[in-house]
Design a protein around this ligand. Structure first.
Ligand SMILES: [Zn+2]
Length: 284
């Protein structure tokens, strides 16, 4: 009898915890904060989610991992009573498109054609039903959200999402607060990245949500472009001086280039072999 009582009260405690986690924001591993009037960002593990509120529903930018779906929904419900109608993926990586399959039950998911191709080729769930090539837009509840593919960079299917009335962008992983990952296996390119960021800078914005890390301003985006150009120049100079591929990770380190100082950063740990090959090919 005692053990039955204990297990029943344990069940009730577990149930009330579950209900609390479902109804109160900030109880789980994610949190939501306002960026500008009508635009929020959900942070925590996985890519930053843009949450654009409209009079007829919500437009999400990216949707983190599959296990985040319920918490994303409850955080959205903490700022609006309306449902998510559209999800725009900034690219195919699973920490940005992981909840696509769940959202596709009740919403449309939009991505660049190459991002959809990458999702399928990499055996990920939740391929978008709608694709675009150069640009597209969603008009919902009096709000326009634009998406542009400005060239290669992080991958070959990157989208920059622009909120024109808020002078704000969501750059996905084209904008990193730290050393970036150039995904050469999925069409990434450092040269393309510079050109793409120059395209981003033609948009009229003062605020940028990066793929990961805190919201940044326009100056940070310019600095990011400048460092990409600087590491490209350094690698080119080293290769002209006879650098071999196997020595690239050590040789590129430079106190003036913060990306090369991040020992475990994505740039140093995952991008260097492809980066060497890309620059070497440019010099041929
Ligand atoms: Zn990514």
């Amino acid at each position: 009898m005692t053990s039955l009582k204990n297990s029943v009260s344990g069940l009730l405690i577990a149930l009330s915890c579950l209900l609390m986690a479902g109804s109160v924001s900030g109880q789980g591993r994610l949190s939501i904060e306002e960026v500008k009037d009508g635009l929020h960002v959900i942070t925590g593990p996985g890519g930053n989610i843009g949450v654009r509120l409209t009079a007829d529903g919500v437009i999400l930018i990216d949707d983190k991992f599959p296990e985040d779906f319920e918490e994303i929904q409850s955080l959205v419900a903490s700022v609006t009573a309306l449902p998510v109608k559209y999800v725009i993926n900034t690219h195919h990586h699973g920490d940005h498109s992981g909840s696509n399959a769940s959202f596709l039950q009740t919403a449309e998911v939009i991505a660049h054609k190459n991002a959809r191709d990458n999702i399928i080729r990499n055996n990920q769930d939740g391929a978008p039903r709608i694709i675009f090539m150069d640009e597209t837009a969603v008009f919902l509840g009096g709000v326009e959200v634009q998406a542009f593919h400005l060239g290669t960079g992080h991958t070959n299917g990157d989208a920059v999402v622009y909120f024109p009335d808020l002078n704000t962008i969501h750059g996905g992983d084209l904008l990193h607060t730290t050393a970036p990952f150039i995904d050469y296996a999925n069409g990434g390119s450092s040269k393309g990245w510079v050109d793409t960021v120059n395209g981003i800078l033609k948009l009229d914005f003062d605020t940028a949500i990066p793929g990961h890390g805190p919201v940044m301003d326009r100056r940070f985006v310019i600095n990011f472009r400048n460092q990409m150009e600087a590491v490209r120049q350094r690698m080119a100079d080293l290769i002209r001086d006879g650098l071999r591929a196997e020595d690239a990770a050590d040789a590129i380190r430079d106190a003036s280039l913060s990306w090369t100082q991040a020992e475990n950063g994505l740039f140093m740990s995952r991008s260097i072999p492809g980066f060497y090959a890309e620059i070497a090919a440019e010099l041929e």
